[in-house]
Design a protein. Structure first.
Ligand SMILES: [Zn+2]
Length: 377
């Protein structure tokens, strides 16, 4: 067993890097990569530490992406061993961040060490973009670094995100895209008054029925081979003063859409606003776009290589999935980078007693190395 990955992982897991605190992890990563001939740049923005490391000046660039920050421990008393004291029990390594996602980072670093030793004159370039705010605001992290890299014309062609993508066994699932997420916060304006004198008031609840009904039943697209159909769900509606004899002055609410590529946020906004206008209601609406959808084609070189390597190494074919929450992969995709997420089992992420299987940790490092060989040897 290659215990290099385990030892390095334990060092990372001992850092109490609660988001957005990096707590020294990136310095440890930079030390290892510098020894391999990576050029190291620390790119802090606001309170967030970011690391950009690159080996080589040729294209294409394969960028390993990840985050050193972790979510809070939760109720510390419920942990079998302390969350920041990595502890081995029954073939598993327990610590906050073991699955999400310090194990992936350790596996990436040791994979590079072995690869560079074997192939010091590899093709293209290898890069690392490591941030400490993926679990938090995600503004001063990957997004900010990519903006800088774009100015420098250094956007990588390929990105492998180490988020925990596997569901039962290592590499059984690859994330190849995500739906977009758009929220609309709306207010329908009426005029407050006495229930007994409706002629002197304007009831925003009554005004809301028709447009909201129509919005709820809009059909946006059909399910495709890779994405379910776009769905709009109301999450909140509120009106009323609490008294039973008052017509309220306003009704407020919000809804969220999970939408597939091919649907533009601007189109969604226009469509919904046009319904309020058609029904002649006085309204305000504020939009929040938390992520655009993306999809990396199955026939792209990156997806093809990763899929093929898993089959060769592990003997089974991964499912290509677009489900689940967001990751920093979405920010790379906006620049046209091919993105894939491949990491360990996600069963314990963000939970008490988060862990990774030790064999899986070694196999993950071997898998990353085999992908390097396939793409850059
Ligand atoms: Zn994560």
């Amino acid at each position: 067993m290659d215990s290099d990955t385990l030892t390095f992982n334990q060092a990372l897991l001992s850092c109490e890097s609660l988001t957005p605190n990096d707590a020294g992890c990136q310095a440890l990563i930079a030390q290892r990569l510098a020894k391999l001939g990576f050029e190291i740049r620390h790119l802090p923005f606001g309170q967030v530490n970011n690391l950009w490391a690159k080996r080589g000046h040729q294209e294409p660039t394969l960028c390993f992406a990840g985050h050193t920050d972790v979510v809070p421990v939760g109720d510390a008393a419920l942990w079998t061993s302390p969350a920041f004291v990595p502890t081995i029990r029954n073939g598993k390594l327990y610590a906050r961040g073991a699955a999400d996602m310090k194990s992936s980072i350790a596996a990436m670093v040791t994979a590079c060490e072995r690869f560079v030793k074997q192939h010091p004159d590899h093709q293209g370039s290898i890069a690392f973009l490591i941030t400490s705010d993926e679990e938090g605001q995600a503004i001063d992290g990957t997004q900010a670094v990519l903006k800088r890299l774009d100015e420098e014309k250094q956007i990588p062609k390929w990105c492998l995100v180490g988020e925990a993508s596997s569901t039962e066994k290592l590499g059984d699932t690859l994330k190849v895209g995500r739906r977009g997420s758009l929220t609309g916060y709306f207010k329908i304006k009426g005029k407050q008054g006495h229930i007994a004198y409706p002629d002197l008031a304007k009831n925003p609840i009554h005004l809301a029925f028709k447009p909201l009904e129509e919005i709820a039943h809009l059909v946006w697209d059909k399910a495709s081979a890779h994405f379910p159909a776009t769905s709009l769900q109301f999450a909140n509606i509120h009106a009323g003063t609490g008294a039973n004899n008052v017509i309220p002055g306003t009704l407020e609410g919000n809804f969220n859409l999970r939408f597939a590529p091919g649907l533009e946020p601007e189109h969604i906004k226009e469509k919904i606003e046009s319904i309020f206008i058609k029904h002649n209601v006085e309204f305000e609406i504020r939009w929040s776009l938390s992520g655009k959808p993306f999809y990396t084609d199955v026939n792209s070189k990156l997806i093809h290589s990763v899929t093929h390597t898993i089959e060769k190494q592990l003997g089974y074919k991964p499912v290509h999935s677009t489900t689940g929450g967001t990751s920093d992969g979405r920010f790379f995709a906006e620049y046209g980078t091919e993105v894939v997420e491949l990491g360990p089992n996600n069963a314990t992420i963000h939970q008490i007693d988060e862990c990774i299987d030790l064999q899986e940790l070694e196999a993950l490092s071997a898998l990353y190395e085999a992908i390097l060989v396939d793409l850059l040897k």
